[in-house]
Design a protein around this ligand. Structure first.
Ligand code: F6P
Length: 332
């Protein structure tokens, strides 16, 4: 292997830049040429290949977003699109790819290797943290801290007005971010796809709290609750508004909604995400050099591990039930 490519794909996640930096610098250290590819898989089709040197990744470890930019690429969903990508990758003299992204990107990477025999090594990066065979994905820790910071602020105004707030947190199919941030932020209720609560459960808890003299209530809801997000993102209707209406009607208190939205994907990566990204990015290069096929780097119990993309995608990452129970107990 003489030349590798690196791209970021799918939703961006804070820490992607630190991963790109590690791929480029470890690659060069290991005597490889490293080509950056802009705009994710779309760039493999549109030929956005460019040589990267150590200086190309200077001054980016602390920055959110991705300097290679990213995209969700419809062309790549078809075998013809992947064949075109593979032709271009070969023409660019690239012998293997590092793909930094979430489960959708990993699925694309797997197909590229299966159909076109292009070696791929994936680095899991998504604030949803919904990839199997790794304890953490790049971006999750930063996003969690962003959510906590936002909820701290909402709590101030909620207390002043003695209001209920429904806070919608990102997480297309899973509730990792909502659960972890909800526990850390001291939310009164956590509503996630893995364990949706009934409106009666939520309201009973709220009424109990207000009787005890609580001045505010924060209900944290994962955007994936309700499921229509999975069917068609363009038709997505937040469940937070109907939930707030139902609560307000039942409890008889002012209820406000805040959709935290894409601000959760921005911001300087936390120390944890920078370290995780640096380790997994460098590891992915080593995996390609070791001749691993269709592989993903991960971290389990703080140790770097590697696993097949197939297993990482097949295994549903388990939500921590003890944390869910604890969040409930602590908010009673
Ligand atoms: O997968 C990461 C994520 O941020 C999800 O939490 C969210 O549902 C989705 O991406 C939003 O995607 P887009 O930025 O394409 O609207």
């Amino acid at each position: 292997m003489k030349r590798i490519g690196v791209l970021t794909s799918g939703g961006d996640a804070p820490g992607m830049n630190a991963a790109i930096r590690a791929v480029v610098r470890n690659g060069i250290y290991k005597k490889l040429e490293v080509m950056g590819i802009r705009h994710g898989f779309l760039g493999t089709i549109k030929n956005t290949y460019h040589k990267m040197v150590r200086g190309s990744v200077a001054d980016i470890i602390h920055r959110g977003g991705t300097v290679l930019q990213t995209a969700r690429c419809d062309e790549f969903l078809s075998p013809a699109g992947r064949a075109q990508a593979a032709e271009n990758i070969r023409k660019a003299g690239i012998d293997g790819l590092v793909i930094i992204g979430g489960d959708g990107s990993m699925r694309g990477a797997q197909l590229l290797e299966q159909e076109q025999d292009i070696p791929v090594a994936c680095v899991p990066a998504t604030i949803d943290n919904d990839v199997g065979r790794t304890d953490f994905c790049i971006g999750f820790d930063t996003a969690m801290n962003t959510v906590i910071d936002a909820v701290n602020k909402i709590r101030d105004t909620a207390t002043s007005h003695e209001r209920i707030f429904v806070v919608e947190v990102m997480g297309r199919q899973r509730g990792f971010l909502t659960l972890h941030a909800g526990l850390a932020a001291g939310a009164e209720s956590i509503v996630i796809p893995e364990r949706p609560l009934s409106i009666d459960d939520i309201c009973k808890k709220l009424e109990h709290g207000f009787k005890r003299g609580k001045k505010h209530s924060i209900i944290m809801v994962a955007e994936g609750v309700g499921g229509d997000f999975q069917v068609n993102r363009d038709l997505y209707q937040s469940k937070a508004f109907s939930l707030a209406e139902d609560i307000s009607r039942q409890v008889g208190r002012e209820t406000r909604v805040i959709i935290l939205g894409h601000l959760q994907r921005g911001g300087n990566p936390s120390a944890r995400d920078r370290i995780l990204a640096s380790r997994m990015g460098a590891h992915a290069v080593d995996l390609l050099l070791a001749g691993e096929k269709s592989v993903m780097s991960g971290v389990v119990h703080e140790q770097l591990v590697h696993t097949s993309i197939e297993l990482a995608l097949a295994e549903e990452p388990a939500l921590n039930k003890e944390m869910l129970e604890l969040a409930h107990i602590l908010s009673l």
